[in-house]
Design a protein around this ligand. Structure first.
Ligand SMILES: Cc1cc2nc3c(=O)[nH]c(=O)nc-3n(C[C@H](O)[C@H](O)[C@H](O)COP(=O)(O)OP(=O)(O)OC[C@H]3O[C@@H](n4cnc5c(N)ncnc54)[C@H](O)[C@@H]3O)c2cc1C
Length: 342
């Protein structure tokens, strides 16, 4: 019998496996595809705070996650020698109406208070039109100094290296019973505790609520990577109306993401991504002649209340759940508490 079995080698499963190992547990991680086969390998890698006004415990928790992540990553990089590409690059939010400008200007004071001197929110009267189109920002832009980016694939590779031999790939979970995971090959793995970290697929193993609602669902997202001419490495992220433009390295830019509630296949891309790329190009003139080098899609794990779903399985003794990162899993994963799953 295994001590702890973690199912799913995304950001949640690998982070928990590493923490559990460090706490002295013997951990095995099993994964249907390869490490990072799910939503965690997003090319966007945005780490952005909620708006700093109407502060609440959820915003405070995300703020604490964002400000503690650099030290956590530095330690992971020291241990593994693998770069995670973290950079506090900032995020430009174009202002398209006068009302929007006054709302955001009021938030400058909220940021000064709630971000506790760790970062600032500033107004930029005239953003560089070579990066943020002047037409897209008729009232200037806000620069969110707390926003950062990460190379999600590097982050996953570093976690996998840290976890080491414990990861077994090619095992597809079919069903769970008390203390046993049963895989498509027929293999049964017994464990003192099983942690279900299969992202959007985890909800299928959870009962519906009393009112018949599922515990969560997958929400598909598509994103692309474009090669640009010229060095964009020092540019900030741009975010407008659901569209992100994220410099990746010196000559790559990621654009995304779509949000699709209804879909047949999570991993295919289509015309919705082309529309998203067009929106990215309208925001950012540097993308005008850019060439698409990658099209990517996956299902985000969206819990019914959009929060994290971490804790004991409501029915199966010896099984825990760790999912629900939705759009912020990369920023939040390192804050997961192993006490709630072990
Ligand atoms: C387009 C898009 C863009 C995103 N951008 C960002 C962003 O910029 N910043 C951010 O913080 N978050 C972003 N997210 C959200 C983020 O990806 C998720 O919050 C996070 O990755 C969820 O991690 P996870 O480990 O729970 O799930 P996953 O990464 O999906 O991991 C689940 C793992 O379980 C495996 N698995 C599934 N079913 C089985 C099975 N039956 N048996 C065995 N293994 C199985 C999968 O192969 C996968 O490897 C984005 C998501 C999408 C789709």
């Amino acid at each position: 019998m295994e001590d702890l079995l973690v199912i799913g080698a995304g950001i949640f499963g690998l982070t928990l496996a590493r923490k559990l190992q460090r706490a002295g547990h013997r951990v095995t991680v099993v994964e249907a595809g390869a490490v990072g086969a799910g939503a965690s390998a997003t090319p966007l890698g945005v780490l952005a705070p909620h708006a700093p006004d109407t502060w609440n415990p959820k915003k405070e928790a995300q703020f604490r996650a964002l400000v503690s992540l650099p030290d956590y990553l530095a330690e992971l990089e020291d241990e593994t020698g693998i770069a995670t590409g973290y950079a506090r690059c900032g995020r430009l939010i174009p202002l398209t109406t006068e009302n929007q400008r006054s709302v955001w200007e009021r938030r400058i004071a909220d940021a000064a208070l709630n971000w506790q001197g760790k970062a600032m929110l500033e107004r930029v009267e005239r953003p560089d039109p070579a990066w943020l189109s002047a037409q897209a920002a008729p009232f200037g832009a806000m620069l969110c100094g707390l926003s950062a980016k990460i190379d999600a694939r590097g982050y996953l590779a570093a976690l996998a290296a840290s976890v080491g031999e414990a990861v077994r790939t090619g095992l597809v979970l079919e069903r769970l019973e008390q203390g046993v995971a049963i895989f498509a090959t027929g293999e049964r793995i017994m464990a003192r505790r099983i942690v279900l970290a299969t992202g959007a697929a985890a909800f299928a193993h959870l009962p519906h609520s009393d009112s018949g609602e599922p515990a969560g669902r997958g929400e598909k997202g598509q994103a692309a990577v474009l090669a640009v001419s010229g060095d964009v490495g020092a540019r900030p992220i741009i975010f407008h109306d659901g569209t992100y433009v994220v410099p990746r390295g010196e000559t790559m830019v990621a654009v995304g993401a779509t949000s699709e509630r209804h879909f047949e296949r999570a991993e295919t891309t289509d015309a919705l991504l082309d529309e998203k790329i067009a929106r990215g190009k309208a925001l950012c003139p540097a993308l005008a002649d850019a060439r698409v080098v990658e099209r990517w899609a996956a299902a985000r794990p969206r819990a019914a209340d959009r929060g994290l779903l971490v804790g004991p399985h409501p029915v199966l003794h010896g099984v825990s759940i760790a999912t629900g990162g939705f759009k912020t899993g990369l920023a939040m994963a390192h804050m997961l508490d192993i006490g709630s799953v072990s």
